[in-house]
Design a protein around this ligand. Sequence first.
Ligand SMILES: [Zn+2]
Length: 239
Amino acid sequence: MILTCPSCSTHYFADDSTIGESGRTVKCASCGHSWFVRPAGDDTEREPPPPPHELYRERMRERRREKSRLAAALSWVLMALVFVGLTAAAFFFRSEIVRVWPQSAGAYRLFGLEVNRFGLDFEGQVVTRTFNDTVPIVTITGRVVNVSQAAVDAPGVRIDLRDERGAVVATRYSLITPIALQPGEAGQFGAVIEPAPNEAFDLGLSFVELSEVPPLPPAGPVPDLRDMPPADDPYSDGD
Ligand SMILES: [Zn+2]
């Protein structure tokens, strides 16, 4: 019979008797590879079954591979959960996050999320234009509502007057009263701009940290005392 080395393809001629009835292992003289040769009449193409200890080892290897595949899958699931968790936290706590880390507001804006980091919303404002003699005056008053779930220490309000092209032509700051708002509670702010720029066209409101509010100018309109009821003087009665 002709033997062909499975490793280097060298052909050998071997007498059938040297292989015997049960086959035997031969070694390639050219490359040193050993392989099992079945007797000439045996046409089964199957490799001889590996010895039992090989089977056992292979089973163990397969079990280990399965385990590490499972571990890999689990770690992916865990990572995905952590990622989803972080994303959800970043979403639901974005006000708090931006509060302590204001730079993150830019990142949120990238995703189209406007962050209400103060937990307050403007709820309508009134702008009146009057004249003091010939000087134009713009008076702005507005309300803010605590839309968060917790009490809020009121920030400052920045009031911008803009011209028709959106350029800021005047800026005033206002505090909010009361200085602390319970959930759902509303506060007020206001400012008087005098003289108001003629080109003032639009109003822009935003919340700012109290530290950004410059010292307020001397209190604006003082309540008109003539409108108040006269105070009773208990000491002038008995005479
Ligand atoms: Zn060989």
